[in-house]
Design a protein around this ligand. Structure first.
Ligand code: AFP
Length: 346
């Protein structure tokens, strides 16, 4: 029957419950966990919208673990997420960009999952009204609510759910449970519900856009230079036109565009930051997982991002993510040119 009035809408909550029903042995724990994430995202969205009005923008007066100035919104967003996630009773550990150490959940509220998240990524852009976002990844702890902290530092391939929420001209939550499907939801502010608007996002195998901070070109290695030269000055044999440049400097926004339009998003290693800038556990892993589930690839240049095993919770890695053909070109450039990754391995 045609749904003329769109009365049969797929909300995020309904979607999560339908996923749960497809796994008869599911306990519903992940659905409850996802509900806490959803509440956190709605809270941050509401704060970002009101930031100017209620004068939330500004420094909170302290710095985070990376020595960056923390904005009030970072602090608020982090507290909101931590409280909602603890209250869900489904997590034993959390790793947040804003907290130096692993957040250990009180014993009586422990659950079988670990969550890693950046509550407000791109926050240095907030004063300019640029898109910001939350990024999260969820892991099942092998020992459940009896797990110890050493169960956190595992390869990215063990992630079971990943997503981000982008606070921009609309509020978009993109999510995957790793079943080769990535779904995009848009918040209906009147209903206060995320509605499925972008089902089954597939990243084009080749795009026409490259996204990287070119201000770092001076510090790049030969492989990175060779790759970006190849998209700006394509060979006659390739028959391709030069790619367009787009760089917002807010990972969620740059990755969201890359998923929808294709191309390459990168934060490579360079001479001043040999491991790149982006954090493995709560930036690179969730975004690499989403990209792979959408049919794309994510590499450091010479290694699949999801094969990395981080040594510390705030470790960084270089990343190039995009469509399979685009990333094959990145890998070819790294295979035939000098690069910092090889240097550090020698
Ligand atoms: P902020 O949260 O400090 O704004 O950093 C954002 C970010 O971690 C990521 O979202 C961007 O992709 C990247 O940094 C931009 O870094 P550059 O400013 O060095 O290009």
């Amino acid at each position: 029957m045609t749904d003329h009035h769109k009365t049969n809408i797929m909300t995020l909550t309904r979607y999560v419950l339908e996923q749960q029903r497809q796994h008869p042995d599911a306990t519903g724990d992940l659905s409850i966990a996802m509900n806490a994430v959803q509440v956190g995202c709605k809270f941050v969205e509401s704060c970002v919208r009101k930031a100017r009005l209620i004068n939330l923008v500004g420094l909170a007066g302290n710095t985070n673990v990376q020595g960056e100035d923390q904005k009030k919104l970072d602090v608020l967003s982090n507290e909101m997420f931590v409280n909602a996630l603890i209250a869900s009773g489904k997590f034993s550990f959390m790793v947040s960009e804003e907290v130096d150490d692993i957040v250990v959940v009180p014993e009586e509220l422990r659950g079988k999952y670990c969550i890693t998240f950046d509550p407000l990524d791109g926050s240095s852009n907030i004063d300019a009204g640029v898109n910001v976002g939350t990024i999260f990844g969820i892991w099942r702890l092998p020992s459940g609510d009896k797990a110890t902290v050493d169960e956190i530092l595992v390869p990215g391939s063990e992630i079971i759910a990943g997503g981000y929420c982008m606070y921009g001209s609309s509020c978009n939550l993109v999510l995957t449970f790793g079943n080769s499907r990535v779904e995009g939801f848009t918040l209906d502010p009147a209903l206060g519900e995320f509605i499925l608007t972008h089902p089954n996002i597939r990243i084009p195998s080749r795009g026409k856009i490259y996204s990287v901070n070119e201000g770092n070109t001076l510090y790049w290695d030969d492989a990175t230079k060779a790759y970006f030269d190849s998209v700006k000055f394509p060979s006659a044999e390739s028959g391709r036109k030069p790619y367009s440049a787009r760089y917002i400097g807010s990972m969620v926004a740059d990755v969201h565009r890359t998923l929808l339009y294709g191309g390459v998003f990168a934060y490579p290693s360079d001479r001043k930051s040999r491991s790149g800038k982006l954090r493995i556990l709560y930036e690179s892993f969730p975004m690499a997982f989403i990209t792979e589930q959408a049919g794309g690839k994510a590499t450091t240049g010479s290694q699949r991002v999801l094969d990395i095993v981080p040594k510390h919770i705030h470790d960084r890695c270089p990343i190039f993510l995009g469509g399979v053909d685009d990333i094959a070109d990145v890998e070819a450039a790294f295979a035939s040119n000098n690069n910092w990754l090889n240097d550090t391995q020698r």
